[in-house]
Design a binder for this molecule. Sequence first.
Ligand code: ADP
Length: 260
Amino acid sequence: LVALLLSGLLIVFTIFCFYYIIHTIIQQKKLTELKDDFINNMTHELKTPIATITVAIEGLQKYNALNDPEKTQRYLQTSRNELTRLNDLVGKVLNVAAFENKEVRLNKERVDIDELVNDLVASETLKTDKKVNVSYDNKGSIKYIEADKLHLRNVLANIIDNAIKYCDEPVDININLYKHNNNAVFSIKDNGIGIPTAHVKHIFDKFHRVPTGNVHNVKGTGLGLNYVKYIVQAHGGNVSVKSEPGAGSEFIITLPLKNG
Ligand code: ADP
């Protein structure tokens, strides 16, 4: 009986070891794939703006566009847009590096939320060539939110950026802000391509992107939503998403309100 028991245990142990090894190999493979995707995407994300700026500067030099104010303006605007993109990208990567070293410290202050959202919406809609309609309704008449202003702005910017990126024109974004259980709740809805159900629960993981190809061909890093989650949680809040392919997405951000 003891021998039977021991061999039973041995079998269980062997199965467990196999499972563990296979699981580790799969995880490792997934990580390698994620890393490869990330490097490919980053290469594209870095090369594209640099190439565009180079062409714009060459244009200014070669064709003596400086004598043509309209052309000059166009080249300069293009360079500026691309530099903003590069700056955003570098910021995202540096932010992730900072989280890994636990270096992010929040500088909380009383943030005038209408001012922040209206200003952000104005600059986000200027940044894109797509036709974008954004509505903002502060249903809870919330005046201030205790938050790190820069990070809160970046969080909302990431969600709005994505709404624009993963939508065909015309892009419709509805931002609603209301109070619930002493929290400020943002609902940010878009009419975009949506997220396949199997990916919804991974969407906030670092480097996770819905595979391109037949779904969309938008380049990115897979870092934005990981940043969003980190910052929202650092504020004591929570972020979630409801989405279906073809039916748009709704991101819900909950942030504690200090004084109700
Ligand atoms: P990135 O946009 O750089 O890939 P994010 O972390 O911001 O990285 O987003 C992760 C992934 O989630 C995206 O690659 C995309 O597949 C999906 N996604 C995010 N927001 C949306 C959205 N509003 N609509 C559809 N898909 C989205």
